[in-house]
Design a protein around this ligand. Sequence first.
Ligand code: HEC
Ligand code: HEC
Length: 292
Amino acid sequence: MPSKPEKDAVTGVETTGHEWDGIKELNNPLPSWWVWTFYVCIAFSVVWFILFPAIPFGPSATTGLTGNTARERVANEIQAAADARAGINQRIVEADLDTIRGDPDLFTYALTGGEILFGDNCAPCHGVGGAGQLNYPVLADDAWIWGGTLDAIQQTILYGVRNQEYEFDARFSMMPRYGTDQLLTREEIDQVANYVVTLSGRAPEDPALAEAGSEIYAQQCASCHGAGGEGMAALGAPNLTDAIWLYGGELGDIRQQIWNPQHGVMPGWVDRIAPAEIKMVSLYVHSLGGWQ
Ligand code: HEC
Ligand code: HEC
């Protein structure tokens, strides 16, 4: 390498001394706008390092003079949103049904919130909008297993039905296993199943069996399902006259339920969502069923 930089004959610019196959590299200075941008960036980064969290330090980073972090900003925003709602949430918890229905702001807030909560927590079992599915009751009608007043609905939601978690507070009842436990003979079960078909206004498969079943119904079933099959909310015994079936309404389904009954289990929500949320989702469910 020559000790004094060589000048390119054509441009008059110094070369770097690198040469490939006779082509020499010119040593043009960097454009000054580029150099200045570079210096400004360095200065900016120094200011940033001082003011904001930047340098990794142990498990976290230096906090900077402002102590400002994105995590903290989000936490503050969430807290601010919760604070903003605290007042209205408290009013929801305290207000009775008539007050809420009479106050358009409270009413819209509660129902909108309830609908969102329902979609997040309840729709997987009860279907979108409470449409229900086999083994999971429809909530968008006015037929209630456990009662359709706001208080009754709220009670069901708080502690659920037949779950282990709230064993003592959950709603509970069991229909006897008439076949499995040999409380009735196969023939008697056939008879009473035929009779149950008639309760919802349908013709039985075998009228003679249905007629004999009427007696068995009165002795075995009326104490829970009511003399006319109208159901009993206190015992969670469904109405058998309304053609709404949790476990299917065909003769075979009914026979199966009498032989070895299925029992629905629903989780409780008292420890899963806040009190205001329980109230909002109860109001929403209540509104689906037509405000009994
Ligand atoms: C894991 C499934 C499941 C989830 C999740 C669930 N439920 Fe239920 N729910 C059930 C079952 C099953 C029953 C029927 C219990 C029975 O047979 O008595 C029920 C019954 C109910 C009843 C009583 C219906 C009646 O006719 O009396 C209400 C009200 C209710 N659920 C509301 C809710 C709400 C509100 C949520 C969400 C916060 C929810 N459920 C989440 C399974 C579920
Ligand atoms: C101790 C109370 C009790 C007695 C007695 C009882 N049941 Fe039930 N029955 C229930 C309960 C509770 C359910 C609902 C189970 C559930 O919600 O998961 C039910 C459900 C049913 C169903 C299903 C309803 C549906 O929507 O799918 C039929 C059918 C039925 N019972 C018929 C009978 C007949 C017939 C008898 C008499 C032979 C009888 N039950 C006796 C409590 C009782």
